[in-house]
Design a protein around this ligand. Structure first.
Ligand code: GTP
Ligand code: GTP
Ligand code: MG
Ligand code: MG
Lengths: 279, 284
């Protein structure tokens, strides 16, 4: 038998709903559908009964492929160069940036690296205090200025300190910001220009639906995202947001957050996410 | 874009004296896509569009109304109906408890509500019953200080913090209680929330929901409602680009209306929900 467009339509409707219900953004679903149509229409299969399973298998394979196009090896964070590895964490409000920094600092220290935490969220109530508590718990050097101060100056100070004291990694915490807020997006560009981070990590919330695409796209356009950390995967069990972001900006997912404790950070596994979506 | 597809279909209807089933099908497909793109729960989006379809096919346009006006009215009535029976917080003495998932804007909303009640001339007290998040009590205290509102609570036990609030701030007309983020599967935290609600006996339990939340809005709202009974929803971060379709599921699962929307980080960024504006923004 030959796979025809009408077969694809029938089988895809159910699969599309499964993807949408797993928080894969509509745009990503449509892109996947278009790719499947290219690959499958006209394909010969052994029998009519083989059509639906072939389509489903092809869909799963394309999901894994989308998530594996770019990969991020956590070992990159452990590489020793001439000077500290500087990483800035950005994202919209409440996604888990500050908590993620604490988790990553914990992991880095466990790998024998010295970490400096930069409290460059100088705006939100309690932001500096929140990171300071983590710094104290972890025994990390903590760099902060007055609340209301210039975030770029804090980041710059932290990098200067790390260089002077030969520290391995600087993790820069920034304020949550809506991608629609031009002033705050410009502030983020300034932090990047002044602190010159080696890596920009976009911290995204697995609970986010279609807006994940908008967020990732705008942040990527403004500062260039190197890798993504997807949090709250313990809450949004399916993890389709990973696909939305991968489809939107083609950057790898480095880690996923699966809880609030320091241990709750896992390296990303494409096959694991795809299994959860089709579970 | 979706909104242009919807408008194009509506223009076709505008020219028609009555609507053909094909045109209705086309309209319904466009509405379905708009709803899904706006993060409305998949099943709810399908139900809503089915209802719109059958009404558009079965109901005759009243005399003097064009086919297009008739369809617009059906869509509008179904969407506004999905927002539930509207109800506003009374500007009077009461105890309000805020609950919700992680990072939704509960603590910030507690501050915003305090300011809102202040503007109505009421005395307000803020109690921090989030004993888990680092510097949660510090965050709430700073917001309280900005408003010159007394604050109580903190410590390491949520029930004790709630009791401290009731005792120390009992003289104040409005008492607002902030709680830690939690989710459906965290049994310890769900039990804690129930225990705190039992101690406070709040007049309102408001579910704070981030407008960016997708398909989890419905199931999580249902779990919060089952645990403590949600009486209202606050939809936050509508100043972003998210359409907030998750709010429709939250309303469906809790039978509680969206009482406020958050439109920014500042304490004055709290507004009443305007159903028409919300729905037209949602549909693109
Ligand atoms: N369950 C769960 N909660 C998480 C995870 N990551 C972060 N959180 C929680 O999400 C909430 C917000 O975390 P923060 O680290 O303050 O988020 P943020 O992005 O720094 O927030 P802003 O700085 O205000 O934009 C906290 O209650 C965290 O404990 C996760 O992977 N799982
Ligand atoms: N732009 C915008 N940001 C908001 C709004 N409401 C809250 N925020 C921001 O969202 C982030 C999280 O707010 P919190 O009040 O800490 O959220 P929470 O629900 O108390 O978080 P947890 O206690 O960790 O569960 C902060 O950066 C707030 O400033 C809003 O309506 N618009
Ligand atoms: Mg933060
Ligand atoms: Mg809070």
């Amino acid at each position: 038998a030959v796979v025809q467009a009408k077969h694809l339509e029938n089988v895809m409707w159910e699969l599309e709903l499964a993807l949408l219900e797993s928080d894969v953004a509509m745009e990503a679903v449509e892109a996947l559908k278009a790719k499947l149509q290219q690959r499958l229409v006209g394909l010969r299969v052994a029998s009519r009964g083989e059509i639906a399973p072939t389509i489903e298998k092809a869909l799963k394979a394309s999901l894994v492929e989308l998530l594996s196009l770019e990969s991020f090896d956590p070992q990159r964070l452990l590489a020793r160069g001439d000077g500290p590895l500087v990483i800035a964490f950005v994202g919209v409000n409440g996604t888990g940036k500050t908590t993620t920094i604490a988790r990553l600092a914990h992991w880095l220290q466990g790998q024998g690296r010295s970490v400096v935490l930069a409290a460059a969220d100088t705006f939100r109530a309690g932001a500096i205090e929140q990171l300071e508590i983590h710094a104290n718990k972890l025994g990390c050097k903590f760099i902060a200025h007055q609340s209301g101060g210039d975030p770029a100056a804090v980041a710059f100070d932290a990098v200067a300190h790390a260089k002077a004291k030969h520290r391995d990694v600087v993790l820069i915490d920034t304020a949550g910001r809506m991608q629609t807020n031009t002033n705050l997006m410009d502030e983020m560009v300034k932090i990047q220009r002044v602190a010159k981070p080696d890596l920009i990590m976009f911290v995204g919330d697995a609970l986010a639906g279609n807006d994940a695409v908008e967020q990732a796209r705008k942040f990527h356009a403004m500062v260039g995202i190197d890798a993504v950390i997807l949090t709250k995967l313990d809450v949004d069990a399916k993890g389709g947001t990973a696909l939305s972001i991968a489809s939107a900006i083609g950057r790898p997912i480095a880690f996923v957050g699966i809880g609030q404790d320091y241990e709750d950070l896992m390296p990303f596994d494409a096959a694991w996410i795809v299994e959860r979506i089709f579970a | 874009s979706l909104s242009s597809a919807l408008r194009a279909t509506m223009r076709k209807i505008a020219g028609a004296s009555h609507i053909s089933p094909e045109l209705v099908k086309e309209l319904v497909r466009d509405i379905q896509r708009a709803l899904l793109q706006a993060d409305v729960n998949v099943k709810l989006a399908l139900d809503l569009s089915k209802r719109i379809e059958s009404r558009a096919l079965e109901e005759k346009a009243p005399a003097g109304m064009t086919a297009r006006e008739h369809v617009v009215r059906i869509v509008h009535s179904e969407m506004v109906g999905a927002l539930g029976v509207p109800r506003e917080l009374k500007p009077g003495a009461q105890k309000i408890m805020l609950v919700g998932l992680y990072g939704q804007g509960k603590t910030t909303t507690a501050g915003k509500l305090a300011k809102w009640f202040q503007s109505k001339g009421l005395s307000v007290g803020l109690t921090g019953a989030d004993v888990h998040r680092p510097a949660a009590f510090e965050q709430l205290s700073q917001l309280a200080a900005q408003l010159n509102v007394p604050v109580a609570g903190g410590g390491s036990d949520a029930v004790a913090a709630a009791k401290a609030g009731l005792t120390e701030l009992g003289e104040l007309e409005v008492q607002i209680f902030d709680t830690a983020g939690r989710h459906a599967l965290d049994t310890d935290l769900i039990d804690e929330m129930k225990a705190v609600a039992k101690v406070i006996q709040p007049d309102e339990i408001l579910l704070v929901l981030d407008a960016t939340v997708g398909q989890q809005a419905g199931p999580q709202a249902a779990a919060f409602h089952e645990a403590v009974g949600v009486t209202g929803v606050v939809l936050t971060k509508l100043d972003g680009s998210a359409k907030g379709g998750g709010a429709l599921s939250a309303v469906a699962e809790t039978q509680a209306p969206v009482m406020f929307v958050g439109t920014g980080e500042m304490l004055d960024a709290l507004e009443r929900l305007e159903p028409d504006r919300f729905i037209s923004r949602l549909l693109g």
